[in-house]
Design a protein around this ligand. Structure first.
Ligand code: ASP
Length: 358
């Protein structure tokens, strides 16, 4: 594609539409883009916890809404759900028992992005990320500054720790060590209490949702409470543009869930989009990103007996042509697709078959 020409077209479209409206997209607006044609079909995909999110996103896009409005409205359902312990309200907290949320959004037609990290007390970090994109000259705000910015824009603070997520955190704290004074529930004559202590699982969990709207424009969002019981202040891949999310309106979009540290050291989302630019399908591109993580995983503590990563990552991708794909390092992963016929779970491609549990 002649980039100079397409940029000129884009600027012309921007001028016609009024520069303000292109540079500062508002909810509910649709966007002209020189790089995409109108598509007859919209597409929404997400991580496996996004059945309701993709339904909502599809419904909005079918009504002509911009993909960014659609995917954010979709993931807000999961952020608001106290029963999903990996995102928003009810997300598992950090090691101190405080819920710290990360999120990013990226809008294809304007190629603008916004993100927040280690944000406390606001259940919809994806909306705050959007406000960062629209109302600042920055891309990423973190911690106290992100909270102050959210409050400035009318977001209301609330306690995000539900009883269920607090109890999970207490279990984790009580099972950390035989050397400290925290004990899980035990009977008065339990002699083996020290032996019964096992490290509780530090779980991952996130929602990534990508959309292609009827105008042929692409946007994406990733939102998470991150790694459960993380060191306070730890930020994963989700709010990092190029790692947990990347959109190029002329090519496609990619996002991730799973071990953020592995993705942060590989910038996989931008890599997936670049592979698609070279002609790879979304699934092939996601598999190549998994392969790169395997090649770059050197520390023995992160490898199993056969030298393969002992963690998982999953990638999700769509192309501007309306193709989709997903891949993970280990088998049994799922992702959600909605191309107009309802949201359905599909298998992710993978590099290695999980050993069967005996
Ligand atoms: N990738 C997220 C993080 O590392 C967690 C996840 O997707 O489960 O923070």
């Amino acid at each position: 594609m002649n980039l100079t020409l397409s940029r000129r077209h884009f600027l012309k479209a921007a001028t016609l539409a009024g520069v303000g409206s292109v540079l500062f997209p508002r909810e509910g607006m649709s966007y002209a883009s020189s790089q995409t044609e109108k598509t007859s079909k919209a597409l929404a995909i997400s991580s496996a916890n996004g059945i309701r999110a993709t339904e909502k996103a599809m419904q909005l896009m079918r009504d002509g809404k911009d993909a960014l409005d659609a995917v954010i409205a979709g993931v807000n359902i999961v952020e608001d759900d106290p029963n999903d312990m990996s995102v928003g309200l009810g997300g598992l907290p950090n090691a101190d028992g405080d819920v710290e949320l990360d999120a990013s959004v990226m809008h294809g037609p304007s190629h603008r992005a916004g993100a927040v990290a280690a944000l406390r007390n606001i259940k919809n970090p994806s909306k705050v990320a959007r406000a960062v994109m629209e109302r600042t000259d920055h891309v990423l705000l973190v911690g106290e500054g992100a909270l102050r910015f959210a409050k400035m824009h009318g977001f209301v603070e609330e306690n995000l720790l539900t009883d269920e997520s607090r109890e999970e955190w207490v279990k984790w704290k009580e099972s950390l060590s035989k050397e400290d004074d925290y004990l899980p529930p035990h009977s008065i004559d339990d002699l083996n209490i020290g032996e019964r202590i096992k490290k509780a699982l530090q779980t991952y969990g996130t929602i990534n949702c990508l959309g292609l709207d009827l105008q042929g424009n692409i946007s994406g969002v990733t939102t998470t409470s991150g790694l459960a019981y993380k060191i306070p202040g730890r930020v994963g891949d989700s709010p990092i543009i190029g790692a947990g999310l990347y959109v190029d309106n002329a090519v496609g979009a990619a996002g991730s869930t799973g071990r953020g540290e592995a993705n942060l050291a590989n910038c996989s989302s931008v890599m997936i989009v670049e592979y698609m630019r070279q002609g790879k399908s979304p699934e092939e591109a996601c598999l190549l990103a998994c392969r790169r993580i395997v090649e770059h995983t050197k520390e023995k503590r992160l490898l199993d007996g056969s030298g393969r990563p002992n963690f998982d990552v999953k990638f999700y991708a769509i192309s501007r042509k309306g193709e989709h794909g997903s891949a993970s390092i280990w088998s049994n992963g799922k992702y959600v697709v909605n191309d107009g016929g309802g949201s359905r779970l599909l298998d992710c491609a993978f590099l290695y078959e999980r050993p069967s549990k005996k």
